[in-house]
Design a protein around this ligand. Structure first.
Ligand code: ATP
Length: 244
């Protein structure tokens, strides 16, 4: 059975247990093309479990996850083909340049990328031409992330998963990365990001959800997140260690 036709990601009643610990407790979340959803939550709230479920690295004990209509539990390879992940630290081959890394990583994804196409994707991801020919060992975190974005562009991923994308970036790099994510969303990519960066959430996300003890307990319009609301959100949801 297909899910909602225009949904890129559909999570319905997803429950995941580790022994007697409930990591996800009937999670529901729908994400459409071009939407950026920020998942906020204290440590242990279930953010990583959610990402692992979408990638098919975990099976739900109950409920289901569909990526572009593909069941991540029963068709993980098909679901993963629609998905690109940018982890907190993008792993690159240090002795290869950014351009070489992208072409090699594309090969691993079954794509043959010409130098020109690779350059175009790196340009689009915001990696300066000078950096594209430099060994990745010299890259900052932000530059590594741009290669990750370029891989996602090359793979035409419909869903982009970001884990703490702006942690450790300086304000300029963080603002630039926000712009890159917004541009990907304008091209129709759906973006799900786990973050603690309340400041960037306002400019990056269309929707903000608070995950607590494996449930989405609140969804907030980021336009309403003024300074006071941000501080309340931080104190209420992030600074309490995730106690259920
Ligand atoms: P953080 O911000 O610290 O990364 P998180 O929101 O990503 O936290 P998860 O890693 O998804 O949270 O963990 C959710 C709950 O499931 C926690 O209580 C965690 O201890 C538990 N958990 C996660 N993975 C396992 C595992 N492999 N075995 C046992 N318990 C686990």
């Amino acid at each position: 059975m297909a899910g909602e036709s225009d949904a890129v990601l559909e999570i319905r009643g997803a429950t995941v247990r580790f022994g007697d610990r409930l990591a996800l407790d009937g999670l529901d979340l729908t994400l459409r093309a071009g939407e950026v959803f920020a998942l906020l939550g204290p440590n242990g709230a279930g953010k990583t479990t959610t990402v692992n479920l979408i990638l098919g690295f975990l099976r739900a004990d109950a409920g289901r996850v569909l990526v572009c209509g593909r069941d991540a539990g029963t068709e993980p390879v098909a679901a993963r083909a629609e998905t690109a992940t940018i982890p907190e630290q993008v792993a690159l081959y240090p002795n290869l340049t950014g351009l070489e890394n992208l072409r090699y990583l594309a090969t691993l994804a079954g794509l043959s990328l010409s130098r020109d196409a690779a350059r175009r994707h790196l340009d689009e991801a915001g990696l300066a031409a000078e950096a594209q020919g430099r060994a990745a060992a010299t890259y900052s975190k932000g530059m590594r992330q741009k290669v990750g974005v370029a891989v996602a562009l090359a793979r035409r991923a419909r869903l982009l998963l970001l884990d703490e994308p702006t942690s450790g970036l300086d304000p300029a790099a963080s603002a630039e990365f926000s712009g890159i994510v917004r541009a990907a969303a304008r091209r129709g990519t759906a973006v799900l990001m786990a973050t603690h960066d309340l400041y960037r959430v306002r400019e990056m996300a269309d929707r903000v959800g608070v995950l607590r003890a494996g449930r989405l307990v609140e969804e907030i319009d980021p336009g309403r997140l003024d300074h006071v609301a941000l501080e309340r959100l931080y104190l209420d949801t992030l600074a309490d260690g995730g106690a259920a």
